[in-house]
Unconditional design. Structure first.
Length: 319
């Protein structure tokens, strides 16, 4: 008789990153259940081999699913992820990102879940003005309620590890891009640029365009989730022991990104500049040496290649 497949519950698995993570778990031989309320995710992004449950992470149904589902792994990607929303309504942000997590963790510990892989954010938990690229041990000073909620979630995970033995790994993402990213929101400049180019519109760059970000391809991020699932979690020491930056370590300016995106779209496109946006982070990049050393993970997709894949998907999705 074949051994039963290990079971993983992926919250936010109908979303951009979560659906790629679901694909990766299926290829690895897991039995995958996707939990998503479809507030931003799309049902068609859920892979055909996965079971789908529509529910909010803060609901009794979600907690009950974890209590009774026999899951080995909880992979948590569902979140309120708009920084602007968190600034305008921090209570709503905390209800989704902190209380929602606690609801899941209560179900997980009662249901015998052994590991939580948590999607955190390297772009919002670290303070500005530190030497780049940020290592995991860089000072933490979030400047938005969203960043506070991500950092608070990591502390809750550490507390559950100490109190209940629930292993956890936090993946601090840089700017993730790739196929299935929503081109109609504030997040995801790559998808926004690609969609505008596809319609023959100019790209808007705010300020001088020399602000930098660390762009990592979503397929590489999905591999990082598998590596974190397999990793041997150490005893809890300090918060950063069970956290990994997932990025490239490379700063890319918005100006350079716009040029690469125009090349990916065939070389036709123009750039307009708008006024600088108040409070915008000026520079960001994440050091990945720890992930390379302990997870045996490193980004494989060059930015130009990833942009071509993303633009091709945008065209095919539109068709």
């Amino acid at each position: 008789m074949k051994a039963p497949k290990p079971k993983v519950l992926i919250t936010g698995g109908a979303g951009f990153i979560g659906s790629h993570v679901a694909d990766a778990y299926l290829v690895e031989g897991y039995e995958v259940t996707v939990l998503d309320n479809l507030s931003s995710g799309r049902r068609e992004h859920v892979p055909s081999g996965a079971r789908f449950v529509q529910a909010d992470i803060g609901s009794p149904d979600s907690r009950a699913l974890l209590e009774t589902g026999g899951f080995v792994v909880l992979n948590h990607h569902a979140a309120q992820m708009d920084v602007r929303v968190s600034v305008e309504n921090p209570t709503f942000d905390a209800q989704a990102n902190i209380l929602g997590l606690l609801n899941l963790l209560e179900g997980a510990r009662r249901g015998g879940v052994r590991r939580v892989v948590f999607a955190s954010s390297g772009g919002v938990v670290y303070g500005e003005g530190e030497r780049l690229p940020h290592a995991e041990t860089a000072p933490k000073l979030p400047v938005s309620p969203y960043g506070v909620s991500k950092l608070a979630s990591e502390y809750y995970l550490a507390a559950y590890a100490q109190l209940y033995g629930l292993e956890s790994v936090s993946l601090r993402y840089s700017n993730v891009y790739g196929p299935r990213q929503n081109p109609h929101g504030e997040a995801g400049v790559v998808a926004i640029f690609g969609n505008r180019l596809r319609h023959g519109k100019s790209l808007t760059v705010y300020g001088n365009g020399e602000q930098t970000r660390d762009y990592v391809y979503v397929g590489d991020v999905a591999r990082a989730n598998l590596a974190a699932t397999r990793w041997r979690v150490p005893a809890v020491g300090v918060l950063d022991d069970a956290a990994f930056n997932i990025g490239t370590g490379v700063e890319t300016s918005v100006n350079h990104l716009a040029r690469l995106m125009i090349e990916a779209a065939g070389g036709l496109g123009r750039v307009d500049h708008g006024p600088a946006r108040a409070g915008e982070l000026m520079r960001s990049a994440l050091a990945t040496a720890k992930a390379e050393r302990e997870l045996s993970w490193q980004p494989k997709t060059a930015l130009a290649d990833g942009l071509r894949l993303t633009y091709q998907w945008l065209k095919e999705a539109a068709a």
